[in-house]
Ligand binder design. Structure first.
Ligand code: PRP
Length: 188
C-alpha cells in the first residue's frame, strides 16, 4: 500500500537514502584504497548516474587526485524495457588516453550499455579502465560485463529515483522505489 510520504505512482521504497549513502561510502573506501597513488578520472553516465557520480565523488577522500567527466547514452527511450540498442548522445569533453578511467553507472540491467562503454572507452587507450555500479540486476544479463565496484543488488522490479526515471519522471527522488503497476499502463 502506498504511504502518504511518497509521491503518486510510487508503491514502496526499495532502498532508502541512508542505504544508498552507506553503499556509496563503502564503495568510496574501496576506490580510495585502490587508487591511492594514482589520479582517477570518474566518467559518469548520464542521465541516470548524475547523483551517484556527485555523491561518490564527494565521498572520496580529498587527498585523492580526482577528475570528473560525463557522457550520455540511452538504451531505454521512454519505455521500461531496454530497446537493446545503445546510442551515444554526448561524448566526454577530454581525451582519456593514458588516464585511469572509472566508469560510474547507476544500474546494470542487461549489460549492453556498460559493455558498449567498456568497448568505446577501451579503444581510446586509457591507462586502466574499471567500472563502479550502484545497482546490479545480474539475473537480467544478456552480455557479460565486469563490474569492479558494486553497491547493491537490485530486486527483480523496475525501480526509479536517485537518477533513475520512468518516462523522465522520478529521477529527483532521494531514494530508490518501485512503482504502482498502473503507472505502466498506456492511457486509454
Ligand atoms: C539506463 C541506466 C544505464 C542503462 C542500463 O540508462 O542509466 O545506463 O540503462 O541498462 P542496460 O544494462 O540494460 O543496458 P537509460 O538508457 O535509461 O538512460 P538514462 O540514464 O538517461 O535514463
Amino acid at each position: 500500500m502506498r504511504t502518504a510520504v511518497t509521491p503518486e505512482g510510487v508503491a514502496a521504497i526499495v532502498f532508502t537514502a541512508d542505504e544508498i549513502a552507506a553503499a556509496t561510502t563503502r564503495l568510496a573506501g574501496d576506490i580510495a584504497r585502490d587508487y591511492r597513488s594514482e589520479p582517477v578520472l570518474l566518467v559518469g553516465v548520464l542521465k541516470g548516474a548524475l547523483f551517484f557520480t556527485a555523491d561518490l565523488a564527494r565521498a572520496l577522500p580529498d587527498t585523492l587526485d580526482v577528475s570528473i567527466d560525463f557522457l550520455a547514452v540511452t538504451s531505454y527511450g521512454n519505455r521500461s524495457a531496454s530497446s537493446g540498442e545503445v546510442r551515444l548522445l554526448k561524448d566526454m569533453s577530454e581525451s582519456i588516453e593514458g588516464k585511469h578511467v572509472l566508469i560510474i553507472e547507476d544500474i546494470v540491467d542487461n549489460g549492453l550499455t556498460l559493455s558498449y562503454l567498456q568497448d568505446l572507452i577501451g579503444r581510446r587507450r586509457p591507462a586502466s579502465l574499471r567500472s563502479c555500479v550502484l545497482l546490479d540486476k545480474p539475473y537480467r544479463r544478456r552480455v557479460d560485463v565486469k563490474i569492479d565496484y558494486l553497491g547493491l543488488t537490485c530486486p527483480d522490479t523496475f525501480i526509479v529515483g536517485y537518477g533513475l526515471d520512468y518516462q523522465e519522471k522520478y529521477r529527483n527522488l532521494p531514494y530508490l522505489a518501485r512503482l504502482e503497476p498502473w503507472v505502466f499502463q498506456e492511457p486509454a
